[in-house]
Design a protein around this ligand. Structure first.
Ligand SMILES: Cc1cc2nc3c(=O)[nH]c(=O)nc-3n(C[C@H](O)[C@H](O)[C@H](O)COP(=O)(O)OP(=O)(O)OC[C@H]3O[C@@H](n4cnc5c(N)ncnc54)[C@H](O)[C@@H]3O)c2cc1C
Ligand SMILES: Cc1ncc(C[n+]2csc(CCOP(=O)(O)OP(=O)(O)O)c2C)c(N)n1
Length: 592
């Protein structure tokens, strides 16, 4: 590209750079400081713009898009309130390792610092919630900055970046440089290959283990399909039991014979007991989050720990490990599989025989059990039916945050990665509906379901309007218990059952609300009507809000209360039903 061809306005450069970085969709909301970019969007057909109803929605939609495709999600927001509304999804993406590029408009360069209309210090505000951010001061640097933004967002530990573009830079004319001509900044070059000595030390520990476990996480999803294949191969070769965090569900199939279920605060008894009692733990792309470790000084006290992570700052952050391996999961697992195959003597099955017997006993505890009912829909039952009726389809699940999210993780089996989009690190209520929209944009013919709670769904409900406008037939499946259930559960178990402000009064009629948006509303109150109603929801080629009325006071178990160890988890039949029966709200009203 030479001569006049590479001379363009800043706004044209933005569109061209996005296109050259493979962008097909952007999620955004216009305003004064981005109008030149919106004018360019109007004049081209290569990139489709999805108009959300709130910038938070743009960010979560971009997250859903990114997580379900492995590509970078892009959002476009105006200055001031547009940018501040994007802060929540940026932090969400930072914590959950989701690659996002956010383009924000800024007031003209000459007005920065003058309290101009819709001015805010976007780079200052978003510095702690992005991997990196830039304020563009020279139109000639704009293309290079956008290319670098895409490189940083998707390399190493993926995450969000932001490019703040003042309005005068969008109007100014400058030189466009294509991605091929871009020289990456040398200071950020993540290491992909693991240290060979450490990998051999890890394999030796694994080969001598009597009570081994693989603890996998979101880093396997981030690494891509090859990493999933290699993880499955390693499990096949070693026959080790495997668990996963909330973020890694699907990397090992839920139907696989070595699967222990999710671990952590609401994980299965067998996964948590095995983590506690193991002698060798292989952590693959997970970060020893506090929902996983419980009380740190009681976490897996007798194990040697191997930790594979691309981000050196994640290693030894919360838990000291014996064999740290900095590198990409895919690359390290490839070397590990090779080293295991080359072992002069493979361990005998008998070496782990007792361990497998212990696991079988823990499994028999059936820690996800609940008391079924013929009269009321139990939330767990609703999700079991949803799973049974959708599992043979091309299905993607998103969630909001709360009990419904944990039950979805427990009762929906994931066979593949990138099918499960949930807000893990930040736990953002309001994530699920816009994330479902982002997924549906990327997978037009798939069945995309947001498993929601009646409180969470009201945080970004306005995005139903976006779904209608863009003909995205997402399904919102609300487990309506009329409470902020997760808050109520903690109040019951940890705050003397004083249900302070956790009852969702003045609930909208979700069926009428759906109809008001032009969507379809369905309600189900009886267990024996559930299958027909779910099938109806699936068959409608429009957005649906499904108001599933469930038992009000069901609790999500197992649960490791904060500050407790894995082997101190509360199991369903150890819960205090009496406390539930005596529940009162802030006005002293009996709630059962
Ligand atoms: C209400 C609620 C309850 C929760 N309860 C649970 C629970 O019971 N169990 C549970 O598991 N979680 C639970 N969570 C989620 C929890 O808060 C954390 O988000 C989650 O445990 C973190 O998952 P992860 O360790 O896989 O890390 P992620 O946040 O997915 O981080 C991935 C790690 O992998 C690394 N990585 C990224 N890419 C690569 C690569 N290519 N190669 C190598 N490494 C890479 C990163 O540096 C990072 O360290 C809950 C959340 C909520 C909101
Ligand atoms: C934005 C935000 N505010 C507050 C919280 C704290 N919080 C966690 S779960 C929860 C209740 C969720 O209720 P609901 O959506 O009805 O789901 P349920 O737990 O009943 O399934 C709250 C308030 C949060 N996670 N996110």
């Amino acid at each position: 590209m030479t001569g006049k061809d590479n001379q363009m306005t800043g706004a044209e450069i933005v569109l061209r750079a996005l296109k050259d970085n493979g962008v097909e969709h952007i999620f955004g909301y216009p305003g004064g400081a981005v109008l030149p970019i919106y004018d360019e969007i109007f004049q081209q057909d290569d990139i489709q713009h999805i108009l959300v109803r709130h910038e938070q929605g743009a960010g979560h939609a971009a997250e859903g898009y990114a997580r379900s495709t492995g590509k970078v999600g892009v959002l476009l927001v105006t200055s001031g309130p547009g940018a501040t509304n994007a802060v929540t999804p940026l932090q969400d993406a930072l914590m959950d390792s989701v690659p996002l590029v956010c383009i924000s408009g800024q007031v003209p360069t000459a007005l920065i610092g003058s309290d101009a209309f819709q001015e805010c210090d976007t780079v200052g505000i978003t510095r702690p919630c992005t991997k990196h951010n830039w304020l563009v001061k020279d139109v000639n640097q704009l293309a290079g900055i956008i290319h670098e933004a895409f490189r940083i967002a998707q390399s190493g530990r993926p995450g969000p970046v932001l490019v703040d573009v003042p309005k005068d830079i969008q109007f100014a004319t400058g030189t466009y440089t294509p991605p091929e001509a871009h020289k990456p900044a040398s200071s950020y070059q993540p290491k992909l290959q693991g240290d060979q000595r450490a990998i051999h030390a890890a394999v030796e520990l694994m080969a001598n283990a009597r009570r081994p476990i693989i603890y996998s996480g979101g880093g396997v999803v981030n690494s891509g399909p090859e990493a999933t294949k290699l993880l499955r191969e390693l499990v096949g070769l070693t026959d080790f039991p495997i668990t996963s965090t909330l973020m890694g569900l699907g990397c090992y199939p839920a139907s696989g014979k070595n699967w222990l279920g999710m671990l952590g605060m609401h994980g299965s008894y067998e996964a948590n007991m095995a983590m506690h009692d193991c002698d060798v733990m292989v952590c693959v792309g997970a970060r020893f989050d506090d929902r996983i470790t419980g009380r740190l000084n009681a976490f897996s006290p007798n194990s040697k720990k191997i930790h594979i992570d691309i981000d050196p700052s994640s290693i030894n952050k919360n838990v000291r490990v014996d064999v740290p391996i900095t590198g990409d999961v895919g690359s390290v697992l490839e070397d590990m599989v090779r080293a295991w195959r080359a072992l002069p003597k493979k361990p005998e099955a008998a070496q782990t025989g007792e361990w497998k017997e212990s696991i079988t006993k823990w499994r028999a505890r059936n820690s996800f059990a609940y008391t079924p009912s013929r009269d009321v829909i139990m939330p767990q039952y609703a999700l079991q039916r949803l799973y049974e009726l959708t599992k043979h389809r091309d299905t993607y699940i998103t969630t909001e945050v709360g009990q419904h999210q944990m039950w979805a993780a427990q009762y929906i089996g994931f066979e593949q990665p990138n099918r499960w989009m949930t807000s893990g690190g930040l736990g953002t209520m309001g994530y699920g509906l816009p994330a479902a929209i982002g997924v549906q944009v990327a997978h037009r013919d798939a069945l995309v379901i947001d498993v929601a709670g009646d409180a969470s769904i009201q945080m970004c409900i306005q995005e139903m309007s976006c779904a209608i406008q863009h003909e995205l037939p997402v399904k919102v499946f609300i487990l309506n218990n009329q409470y902020m259930g997760m808050v109520r559960q903690w109040q019951q178990l940890l705050h003397g059952n004083r249900l302070s402000n956790s009852y969702t009064e003045a609930m909208p009629d979700f069926v009428k609300l759906a109809e008001a948006y032009g969507a379809v509303g369905l309600r189900c109150e009886k267990p024996d009507e559930l299958d027909d109603k779910i099938n109806e929801m699936i068959s409608v080629n429009k957005p649906v809000i499904f108001d599933c009325r469930v038992a009000n006071l069901a609790n999500c178990f197992p649960m490791i209360p904060s500050g407790k160890a894995h082997n101190e988890m509360l199991l369903p039949d150890e819960a205090t039903d009496e406390a539930v029966a005596n529940a009162i709200d802030a006005k002293g009203r009996q709630l059962v």
